[in-house]
Design a protein around this ligand. Structure first.
Ligand SMILES: NC(=O)c1ccc[n+]([C@@H]2O[C@H](COP(=O)([O-])OP(=O)(O)OC[C@H]3O[C@@H](n4cnc5c(N)ncnc54)[C@H](O)[C@@H]3O)[C@@H](O)[C@H]2O)c1
Length: 265
């Protein structure tokens, strides 16, 4: 990445206090952006400010509610004098098959992971039309297919990917680009809550044999948000260490190696 790539760009970024959002904020600030960082985690935002410095201001908002999701756009526009880039990144996970997913969980996951993206885009778009800006939404490979026990999350993230495509098409002639990033397994607070056997199973399921560092996802988000992606819109950029490139069939090489090792004992 070129130094100062985001010089004076006015950015609103959600879920900034941790993981992918934190890495993204750090990269943008290093590259000269002016950032309004939003999160529900007030102390996390304080720590972010101390760590990252630069032209960063913070705004505490619970994005499960429409009011704060809209208010953060007004706050960012007022503080920055307009808006060039909106990064909808805040999100929560959920676990449970359909019958085990209570309606409150279903609603909360959709409120934070999908509704807030819509409310923010809706309020930000007039400003982005003015600046010929762009949006990057953090979706997931869980929006591209079905996972075992991720009912609400699969639904919400699929919604983010297709909302992104719709906005890309609707606002292309206005000069606004809209893209999504689809991470696979990333080593953040979200996934550190997983019991060790599940974390190990995730690691083993990735062809590259590891989870991503948040900085590796931030790099993809910043690329799409930069002028280097000037003809890319409506794209869902997969960053998953090869996970969705495979068919899901058994790893025959690993099975054979294990069998041979067993026979040699
Ligand atoms: N970690 C992964 O493996 C992974 C994989 C695919 C997609 N993602 C997506 O990446 C995004 C970032 O996740 P992460 O892994 O960095 O997780 P994280 O938990 O480290 O960060 C998420 C941030 O969102 C904030 N947040 C949660 N609920 C909020 C609310 N109601 N209002 C405002 N802020 C809220 C949290 O406080 C936190 O700072 C999410 O949208 C997530 O779904 C993560």
């Amino acid at each position: 990445m070129t130094r100062g790539e985001f010089n004076s760009k006015r950015v609103l970024l959600t879920g900034a206090a941790s993981g992918i959002g934190k890495a993204c904020t750090a990269q943008l600030i290093r590259e000269g952006a002016r950032v309004v960082a939003v999160d529900v985690d007030e102390s996390g935002l304080r720590a972010l400010s101390e760590e990252v410095g630069g032209e960063l201001s913070t705004f505490v908002a619970d994005l499960s509610q429409r009011g704060p999701a809209e208010e953060m756009v007004a706050v960012a526009v007022a503080r920055l004098g307009g808006l060039d880039i909106l990064l909808n990144n805040a999100g929560i996970g959920s676990f449970g098959r359909a019958v085990d997913t209570d309606p409150e969980t279903w609603r909360r996951v959709h409120a934070i992971d999908l509704d807030a993206v819509f409310y923010a885009c809706r309020k930000a778009l007039p400003h982005l039309v003015e600046s010929k800006g762009n949006i990057v939404n953090t979706a997931s490979i869980s929006g591209l297919g079905g996972d075992y026990g991720f009912t609400a999350y699969n639904s919400a993230k699929a919604g983010v990917i297709n909302l992104t495509r719709n906005l890309a098409v609707d606002y292309a002639r206005d000069g606004v680009r809209v893209n999504s990033v689809c991470p696979g397994y990333v080593l953040t607070a979200l996934t550190s809550q997983m019991p060790p056997p599940i974390a190990q199973a995730f690691t083993e399921s990735v062809p590259m044999g590891r989870g991503a560092q948040p900085e590796e996802i931030a790099e993809a988000i910043c690329f799409l948000a930069s002028d280097r992606a000037s003809f890319i819109t409506g794209h869902a950029l997969v960053v998953d260490g090869g996970k969705t490139a495979e068919t899901g069939q058994p790893n025959n090489m690993a099975v054979m190696q294990k069998a041979l090792a067993g026979a040699g004992q």
